[in-house]
Design a protein around this ligand. Structure first.
Ligand SMILES: C[S@@+](CC[C@H](N)C(=O)[O-])C[C@H]1O[C@@H](n2cnc3c(N)ncnc32)[C@H](O)[C@@H]1O
Length: 173
């Protein structure tokens, strides 16, 4: 991989989110422990962030991506990619994944649809990454779901205008 993550958040043309080593550590620490943890990044783009995250994890984690066009992915192995028929379409793999990630999603309605159709007992955490100014469009989606326990992370390796939000089950500590 041609991208070496740095201590400070740095932009790469292949990822909307600025990437840093601390951000990757933050994300890896957010993932649940377990024998088989499947992470699905919905709208994974080139897969750069997902691929770097995957490199930090042991074999018990399986980081996959979903995209609309097969031409977009550059970094995730083919077998870790799923494709949908259009921006309105959903990926059935979501119904088997323990964690969903949304990095710079374009439309809150996509998350609403995933929660309506593919929320399942094994789903334990949703991770949203994006610009702080976009969060207001998404907060209500999570707040009105069973993943309404929201933790906002700032200054853990993100750019100053970006943040990570962890949405967990409303009963979780
Ligand atoms: C703003 S880009 C972000 C890409 C990547 N996460 C990043 O941070 O660089 C949003 C991505 O979501 C993808 N997308 C839009 N609708 C989707 C859908 N229904 N399922 C999967 N991906 C979708 C687009 O193709 C696009 O690559």
């Amino acid at each position: 991989m041609s991208f070496a993550s740095s201590a400070e958040p740095r932009h790469h043309p292949d990822c909307c989110m600025a990437i840093s080593q601390p951000l990757l550590h933050t994300l890896s620490n957010l993932l649940p422990n377990g024998p088989a943890i499947s992470v699905l990044s919905i709208g994974s783009g080139t897969g750069l962030l997902e691929s770097l995250l995957s490199e930090m994890l042991d074999d018990s984690y399986d980081v996959c991506g979903v995209e609309v066009s097969p031409n977009v992915n550059k970094y995730l192995p083919e077998e870790n990619m799923f494709f949908v028929g259009g921006t309105w379409d959903l990926c059935t793999q979501a119904g088997r994944s323990k964690v969903w990630m949304f990095t710079y999603p374009r439309d809150p309605k996509l998350i609403v649809r995933y929660l309506d159709i593919y929320d399942h007992a094994g789903l334990s955490k949703l991770i949203w990454l994006g610009p702080k100014m976009d969060w207001q469009d998404y907060e209500g989606v999570f707040a009105s779901s069973r993943f309404s326990n929201l933790t906002i992370l700032e200054d853990c390796g993100m750019a100053s205008y970006e943040m990570v939000v962890v949405a967990e089950l409303s009963g979780s500590p």
